[in-house]
Write a protein that binds this ligand. Structure first.
Ligand code: ATP
Length: 352
């Protein structure tokens, strides 16, 4: 493990910003910490970088306990959301600054090598205000990487950029990561960014870890409703729990619940992704088939989003690429049994 967090808690004035956070990042991995604004991502980054001393818990780098070490004693490169280049220094001087006063045998070579990595070596004598927003970000990446840190911490590095640039730089970070192999912790509130980049995700909610796992696995089998809803478009339908409180029935499919004791509340939440639903004019052999009427249709260019009011009164969104039905049409909303997950009202997963 390159980085280990062991029950890290941090409080500001007795208010916990992060609570009991434990996870590890293996050497060479790119892990994304993903969560909504205010869930404690920056506090966690600061605890790893050494700018915040956790109220409880330990931070280990390469197995060494660095919890109380100052930032400069940790081998960590940092890129923040806001640009932090020195305006009076050239690109080359900014990157050289990242190498610090400590003896690097050949600072020139290292500056060139890392400016080359971000394809900016020919701009090394320009000043930051002569660069575009994306180029500035790349210089900051070069500055953070030039000292060849054990760990690269990227705290929302793309949030301030427009969508197109964000996507370009996302690919650039992915390329740089595979070329350098540097262990990277990438912090973001953007689930698409996190899923596109990361080997593994740490999903945070209100200061705690909601899930850790591979992006696709968490998307397809979310361990709780928060993760299900945060990682992608979601429909939820609340149903009665039947069969001695051990099963739910939805559109002709009965799902046994994993833990009967958790099902003791008499209602449960069925979860279906818009992309896993199809619209039919008549019932087919699909496991889940619900009747409803089309309420509205949005044409998003590459796909349509059709909102259907079900007979039970709930609304669901269906994504499809083919010509949609008209508003007011009677339709069947259908899905395979696999597409259906069931949670308690508090979000605990009830299906295997
Ligand atoms: P954002 O994405 O909006 O930056 P975040 O997920 O990075 O949010 P943090 O900035 O770590 O979250 O904040 C977590 C909680 O701690 C919030 O409730 C915030 O108000 C609080 N907090 C953060 N920094 C301080 C501070 N210096 N003093 C007091 N409270 C703080």
């Amino acid at each position: 493990m390159m980085l280990e967090l062991d029950s890290v808690t941090h409080r500001y004035d007795d208010q916990p910003a992060v609570e009991d956070i434990s996870f590890g990042v293996e050497a060479g991995e790119l892990v994304a910490v993903l969560g909504p604004s205010g869930c404690g991502k920056t506090t966690l980054v600061q605890a790893i970088a050494g700018h915040v001393r956790p109220s409880e818990g330990r931070v280990r780098l390469r197995g060494d306990d660095v919890t109380t070490d100052p930032p400069e004693a940790r081998d960590v490169g940092l890129v923040f959301q806001e640009p932090t280049l020195f305006p009076h220094m050239t690109v080359g001087e900014n990157v050289a600054y990242g190498l610090g006063p400590a003896g690097v045998t050949d600072p020139e070579r290292q500056v060139s090598e890392y400016l080359d990595l971000v394809a900016l070596d020919e701009r090394r004598s320009l000043r930051p205000d002569e660069l575009s927003g994306g180029q500035k970000r790349r210089v900051e990446l070069a500055r953070a990487l030039a000292p060849e840190p054990d760990l690269l911490l990227l705290d929302e590095p793309l949030s301030a950029l427009d969508r197109q640039l964000r996507e370009q730089l996302r690919d650039e970070i992915s390329r740089i990561h595979s070329e350098t192999g540097v262990t990277t912790l990438f912090v973001t509130h953007d689930q698409e960014e996190a899923m596109a980049l990361a080997d593994r995700l740490v999903v945070m909610n209100e200061g705690s870890v909601a899930a850790v796992g591979a992006p696709r696995a968490l998307y397809e089998r979310p361990p709780n409703l928060f993760v299900a809803e945060f990682l992608g478009r979601s429909n939820t339908i609340t149903v009665d729990v039947t069969g001695d409180r051990a099963a739910v029935e939805l559109g002709g499919t009965t799902r046994q619940l994993a833990d009967e004791s958790q099902a003791s509340p008499d209602r449960a939440v069925c979860h279906l992704r818009p992309r896993d639903l199809t619209l039919e004019s008549e019932s087919t052999a699909a496991a889940v088939s619900l009747s409803g009427h089309v309420r509205s249709v949005s044409d998003l260019g590459r796909r349509y989003e059709v909102t259907v009011e079900l007979a039970c009164g709930d609304e669901v969104v269906v994504e499809q690429r083919t010509e949609p039905p008209a508003v007011g049409d009677a339709v069947r909303v259908e899905a395979s049994a696999d597409a259906l997950s069931v949670f308690t009202k508090n979000g605990v997963r009830l299906t295997h």
